[in-house]
Design a protein around this ligand. Structure first.
Ligand SMILES: C[S@@+](CC[C@H](N)C(=O)[O-])C[C@H]1O[C@@H](n2cnc3c(N)ncnc32)[C@H](O)[C@@H]1O
Length: 262
């Protein structure tokens, strides 16, 4: 894995400070670690979704890309190869499986993903929430079109896939749902918009809602966003897994911030 300097420093710090499941005394978090964060030999696998990922990683087509915010350290060129986007944007299999296990553990009815990309993680989430729906928003039309194709190929029906910027789409999406059970925020990796989307989503959150923020150590700006989220008055428990920050609002928990290896 090639890390820019900030991320490398943050990763080394994480390795130094992070505990394992034996350092967790909260029964709620311990059970989450045991049942969902830890990969087991019988954890679900999705070879058909990995086949889709494999095809994207080989796809040499150029597509137009609309840059909607901080999202890539690498390039802002208006046309990029599908395989290059796939390489830099898609969550790796291990992380997609982890998101699947977390969603499967909590059985959310309404999942919101900000940042679809080619929809591989969307599919992992949708397979975990078969009784519910995943709403996903992508701002780049060429990328959105390929994601839609992937949802058809995977024959996954519980996905509502929307084209548009988060700013254009989020308010109407939140108005259209009763409550938000799980939000995965994986686009526009900058402090101000991340905190703004969090605040907006909180309007539809409830005691058991879960927020997962991607790339909380991606930049100094994102570190600041993560710190602000941790001290937000509605937040009680957070878990820093380095690549993801998981946030809980459960009032019955004492305020605790975990930093874990998984
Ligand atoms: C890191 S990728 C998402 C990866 C995907 N969730 C996965 O796990 O495979 C982020 C995506 O968010 C989109 N994006 C970034 N900022 C956006 C914004 N403000 N509005 C809409 N889409 C945005 C980008 O076009 C990009 O495809």
């Amino acid at each position: 894995m090639a890390f820019p300097t900030h991320q490398l420093r943050a990763f080394l710090r994480h390795l130094r400070l992070a505990g394992n499941r034996h350092s967790v005394h909260s029964p709620f978090v311990f059970s989450l670690v045991e049942e969902a964060l830890r990969q087991r030999s019988d954890s679900p696998r999705f070879p058909d979704l990995e086949k889709l990922r494999g095809a994207l990683l080989k796809d040499a087509r150029f597509i137009p890309v609309t840059d909607l915010g901080a999202g890539s350290h690498r390039t802002n060129s208006p046309e990029r190869r599908v395989r290059d986007i796939a390489k830099s944007a898609l969550k790796p299999k291990r992380q997609a499986e982890l998101l699947h296990r977390i969603a499967r553990y909590f059985q959310p009815r309404t999942v919101l993903e900000l940042g679809t990309s080619f929809g591989i993680t969307t599919l992992y989430l949708a397979r975990a929430a078969e009784q519910g729906q995943v709403i996903t928003i992508e701002g780049s039309p060429g990328i959105h079109a390929i994601a839609e194709q992937n949802f058809l190929t995977a024959d996954q029906r519980n996905i509502r896939s929307l084209l548009g910027s988060f700013d254009e789409r989020l308010t109407a999406v939140l108005d259209s749902i009763e409550q938000l059970d799980l939000a995965f925020v994986d686009g526009h990796h900058a402090k101000e918009p991340t905190l703004r989307y969090f605040d907006q989503c909180l309007a539809k959150a409830h005691n058991d809602s879960i927020f997962i923020f991607d790339d909380i150590h991606w930049s100094v700006d994102m570190e600041e966003a993560w710190e602000a989220i941790q001290v937000h008055p509605q937040v009680t428990v957070t878990i820093d897994l380095f690549h993801f920050g998981i946030v809980f609002l459960r009032k019955e928990q004492q305020r605790e911030h975990f930093r874990l290896r998984y």
